[in-house]
Structure formats: structure tokens, C-alpha cells
Design a protein around this ligand. Structure first.
Ligand code: GLY
Length: 463
């Protein structure tokens, strides 16, 4: 938890910017794996963490915008429950630590909301991403669960997104604490990789490094695979072979739940082949170009497109594409090899605030989302501002099914040298990702350096 005044200030800022009504926050509950008492690790809702700081299940909170009151709803465990959980700090004491004076039992929430509803007061709610919240909201508004999104409060979302987008120095320190652990995870993976080693052994080391460092959790299920062309590959069942690349996209979270998200790609043999080095160099060039361009006021879509032009230039240079890189990118032909976006916001969530709506967070009236393949997958297009934290993660992938489909359709055959792609059928994929803090004039790579140049990666693999 941060100091009590941090949470009080966040809630006061929110209340001052809202017009009227009640703001409802629903904390998360335990989420069962296969029966009620066997649960996934508990993760508090990120908005709840941001405004109320309390990291325990079954809480809710209300802010009365008109009267200025705040109520935390929850129940203390009785002594029988505490036989299983151990002693628990009383909720009133926890509330004090986040500057909340009024605590009521959870059962008091529904009548309060009903009273407000009957009185015609606006009740501002966030979009649910868990079914339990969807059901609570459906009951509250007397709607079917599917219709709950109609009640989502756009003014509330806009203010929360504005607040959470700008990270304070304390939040940056949290992300950097997470990155210190993430660095260990990545360096350890580079040093451990060997031909004949199963992917799961490296994945297990990553997880071990994370937990042994006291990090609260991983920010997401690690992508640790020799099939890096599968963008969100969750499997670790293959045995690593000489000549392959390993793509490691993983990150720890800090004790206060701030995320980190780093990708490195390295050779199983410890040495990049010439072909691998050529592709790696293109990706690294695109990443460095993007980082160079980051600054307040620039649209992230512009940075994405500039990085894609470097990708296209490199692929033309290698003879895998032909034509003018600007035209290639304008048409979206490069997306055969780079079908995802350059990056996303990072904070309490690895895709920060994505539950509030990807377009609400990542786009604006000035920068609407494209529907072109590749560009449509860009999660963040809007203008950047000082204090944002974003990832920059270009890649190059040889995806057999996509290549086969485009080739069959003759798609962009004026730009894509399909005849030369057979030699890359087993290549896999390369992605290079860092986390960037937008400063007053530019951007800073967060966290301690993690090997990234070809020579540094090879040196780390040789350790
Ligand atoms: N690093 C995983 C993702 O951004 O989806």
C-alpha cells in the first residue's frame, strides 16, 4: 500500500471531476479453479487497488459525489473462518490505512444502491470483466446480464483513464522494482538455454526467479517458446533444438501489483546464425527508432508506423519484400510479418486499463482506430503525454499458415517475395520489448539494462 493520503487524494480528484451521483467500485472475490475452496491466486481489481488500496477479497466501495461521503463495504472473518485463514486485521483498521472513515457490512450495499436508484440518482459503474460483477450489476439495474454494458458510466471511465494514465514517481518506482526482478528472469533464461533442454525447464526457472525475489506474481502467463511466431504461445512442451530461437516475453509485478513486460529473443545455441542476426537487426533498428521518436504530443500510431517503415526497409534490403517502404506500410503489406501493434499502456495491468475498454484507453477522436489488418491490432494509437508508461515491442514473424493463405490469394504479391519465404518456414519469430516512461521531452527506458544487442545477448547466453 502507498500512504493513506495517496488514496485520499486520488478519490478526491475523482469526486471533484464528477458531476453528481454515486460511484460504485466492486472489489474482486476469490475465483475457484475447480471447487470453491481451491482458488486461483487472488488478484484485486486494479481500479479498486488504485483508489482504495486494499488487497483482500469481497469488498465494495461507494463515493457520494454530491455529499462527499465515502463508504467501504466488507465483513470481518469470524473466528471459525480465521481457523483456516489465520488472524486478519480488522477491516476498520485497514480502512484507516487508506483514509476511509466509514465501514459497513457488505449486506448494506444493496439497500443503499436501491435507495439511490429509486431516488433517481445516477449510479456510476465500470464495465464488468468477471461474471460475478456482471450479475451484481444486472440485479442492481434490473437488466439481463448481457445488457449491463448499457449502464457503464462514460464520464467515470474518462476520468479514471485520465488519472491512471499519468504515473507518479512512486508508481514508476514500482514498475522499476518489477523490472529489476524481470531482468533476473530474462538473464537467467539466456544463461540456462541449451539444445535438448525442454522449454518448461526454462519457464520453471523464470517463475522461480520471480517468486524467489519476493515479487507478488508474474504479470501474465509467460510466453517462453521456440515457436515465437505464435504471438501469445502459452505452451512450454517442446524440446529446444540447435539452430532455433527462444522468444521470452515475461514480466514480474511489484509488491504493489505494478506490472512489467519485457521480451527478448535469443539463440538456443548461444550464437545467432547469419539469417537470425539479419532479422534481429531489423527488429532492433525498428525498436530503437520508435524509442527515439517517443515524446509528449506524438501519436503512438505515428511511432508505430515509423517503426513499421524500418521493418519494411529492412525486409526490402534482405530481398524478402520489394517496393517503397512507405507504400508497403500504407497498404499494410508488412503486416504479414508484423501483425500486431507496437505496444500498449503499462501500469497496474500489463495492458493497462484494458478492462475499461481498449479504444477508450488507447484512442481519441483525433486518432481513431484503423480496421486495416495489423494496424487494427494496435492497442494504443493516441497522442502520448508526460507520465505515460508504454511498451515498445516490434517483431518479425514467419507464420506458415498466414504466409500460405496470403500466397494463395496473391495478396500484395507486388511487395512480398513469396518465392523466397520457403527458406524461412522454420524460422519462428523475433520480438524485442522494453518499457518506456514518457518524460517532459522524450522517453526513458525503465529498469536496469537487459541484454539487447546481438553481442550482449550472446554474452548473456555464454554465462
Ligand atoms: N506481453 C504480452 C502482451 O503484451 O500481450
Amino acid at each position: 500500500m502507498f500512504a493513506a493520503k495517496v488514496y485520499r487524494q486520488r478519490r478526491e480528484d475523482l469526486r471533484r471531476r464528477m458531476d453528481a451521483g454515486l460511484i460504485l467500485f466492486l472489489g474482486n472475490s476469490e475465483s475457484p479453479v475447480n471447487f470453491a475452496d481451491n482458488c486461483y491466486p487472488f488478484r484485486q481489481d486494479s481500479c479498486f487497488l488504485y483508489y482504495w488500496g486494499l488487497d483482500r477479497p469481497d469488498l465494495a466501495a461507494l463515493i457520494d459525489v454530491d455529499a462527499g461521503g465515502e463508504i467501504l463495504f466488507g465483513d470481518d472473518l469470524d473466528s471459525v473462518a480465521q481457523v483456516w485463514t489465520g488472524p486478519q486485521t480488522p477491516l476498520a483498521e485497514q480502512a484507516e490505512a487508506v483514509a476511509v472513515n466509514t465501514v459497513q457490512p457488505l449486506a448494506a450495499l444493496a439497500p443503499k444502491l436501491e435507495q439511490a436508484r429509486v431516488a433517481g440518482r445516477p449510479i456510476h459503474v465500470l464495465p464488468p470483466y468477471r461474471d460475478r460483477h456482471r450479475l451484481i450489476l444486472a440485479r442492481l439495474f434490473d437488466l439481463s446480464p448481457e445488457a449491463v454494458e448499457m449502464q457503464v458510466s462514460e464520464p467515470l471511465l474518462a476520468i479514471i483513464i485520465a488519472q491512471r494514465s499519468t504515473k507518479t514517481a512512486a508508481e514508476i518506482a514500482e514498475i522499476e522494482a518489477a523490472l529489476a526482478v524481470t531482468r533476473e528472469m530474462h538473464i537467467d533464461a539466456m544463461a540456462a538455454v541449451r539444445p535438448g533442454c525442454p522449454e518448461y525447464k526454462i519457464a520453471a526457472r523464470l517463475r522461480g526467479r520471480c517468486y524467489a525475489a519476493g515479487a507478488a506474481e508474474l504479470a501474465f502467463a509467460p510466453i517462453l517458446t521456440s515457436s515465437g511466431e505464435v504471438l501469445h504461445n502459452p505452451h512450454h512442451h517442446q524440446t529446444l533444438q540447435n539452430g532455433q530461437l527462444v522468444l521470452n516475453d515475461s514480466g514480474a509485478v511489484s509488491r504493489r501489483h505494478y506490472a512489467s513486460d519485457i521480451t527478448r529473443t535469443f539463440p538456443v545455441s548461444g550464437r545467432f546464425s547469419q539469417k537470425q542476426a539479419e532479422i534481429y537487426t531489423i527488429v532492433l533498428d525498428a525498436q530503437l527508432r520508435a524509442i527515439e521518436l517517443l515524446r509528449p504530443g506524438i501519436a503512438f500510431r505515428e511511432v508505430h508506423l515509423a517503426a513499421m517503415e524500418r521493418i519494411a526497409t529492412g525486409m526490402v534490403g534482405l530481398g524478402l519484400m520489394r517496393g517503397d517502404p512507405v507504400e508497403i506500410v500504407a497498404k499494410g503489406a508488412h503486416a504479414l510479418f508484423m501483425p500486431h501493434g507496437l505496444g500498449h499502456m503499462l501500469g497496474l495491468d500489463v495492458h493497462d486499463m484494458e478492462n475499461l475498454g481498449e479504444d477508450r484507453v488507447g484512442y481519441s477522436n483525433a486518432v481513431p482506430r484503423s480496421d486495416q489488418f495489423g494496424l487494427s491490432a494496435l492497442r494504443l494509437g493516441r497522442e502520448l503525454a508526460e507520465g505515460f508508461v508504454v511498451t515498445v515491442e516490434p517483431g518479425l514473424y514467419f507464420i506458415p499458415a498466414l504466409i500460405a493463405q496470403w500466397r494463395k490469394e496473391g495478396r500484395f504479391s507486388e511487395h512480398i517475395r513469396y518465392d523466397r519465404l520457403d527458406a524461412y518456414v522454420d524460422f519462428g519469430g523475433i520480438r524485442i520489448e522494453d518499457d518506456l516512461h514518457i518524460t517532459a521531452t522524450a522517453a526513458r527506458v525503465l529498469g536496469p539494462p537487459i541484454p539487447k544487442t546481438i553481442s550482449d545477448v550472446e554474452a548473456a547466453c555464454a554465462q
